[in-house]
Design a protein around this ligand. Sequence first.
Ligand code: ATP
Ligand code: MG
Length: 251
Amino acid sequence: MPRKIVSTGRGGTGKSTFVALSARYLRPPILLIDLDPDLSLADMLGADFHREGKRTVCEVLYDVIAKRKSNVSPATTTHDLMESLLWSDSLYEGRKFDLITLGTKLTEGCYCAPDDLLRKTISKLSRSYTNVMVDSPAGVEHLNRNIVSDIDDLFVLCDPSQKSLKHVARIRDIIKQVGMRCSHFYLVADYEFDDVTEERLRHSGEVYLGKVDYDTNVERYNLEGRSLLQLPEDSPACVSVQRILAKAGYR
Ligand SMILES: Nc1ncnc2c1ncn2[C@@H]1O[C@H](COP(=O)(O)OP(=O)(O)OP(=O)(O)O)[C@@H](O)[C@H]1O
Ligand SMILES: [Mg+2]
């Protein structure tokens, strides 16, 4: 079974950066799942999704809805049609990792259909990978959507604010409410913490794994649209992420 890893937290705390850098150190084969509608993870990893002819899960869903309306392939169930299109059209296969992205909904309504599809197909798709890592949008809504209900390691990226600790408590509540399995719940400090504010996380009662150090290269690469896979190995953020993953038992 693959290790299922989720990066979550408030807006701008470095969730996507953490996932992109983790992709450098996790044991392959790796599947990355971007639940954030803005496709930022693909950009951070230099994966040109559209040039490769790939589409988001929502784009595929839109296609399936259109096919259903015009009664194309009536013998195939909607789920089978979605699943086969997901494999062929949405799975970006890279050298270091594979990637699927949820994308932005193109039709009115909620995410229920793609969520249901993702939930069912993720466990199927995941079987071929050693590590499956999810990048989440800001907030807790994605946990309510319960797309990955079976988490081995949850990394909660925190910023130095009271709101951040309240956010941690809300995540705990939601996990309980939706009956999600979460074997390990880890706190990670973002680059804004200093020694004094870090103490708060050390005494939060949760397992605190350390801080992702400030890294001017990360800022510059993101600004220039360069892949974080090209960051020098000794860059502060790379060293931090490696150290944090090692503390969580990754070798
Ligand atoms: N270690 C770091 N050092 C310097 N800047 C960083 C670091 N980590 C992230 N950043 C910067 O912080 C910003 C937010 O990072 P990122 O996109 O990873 O956060 P996020 O939590 O995924 O955001 P969102 O909530 O919008 O998805 C980016 O501009 C990024 O360059
Ligand atoms: Mg992000």
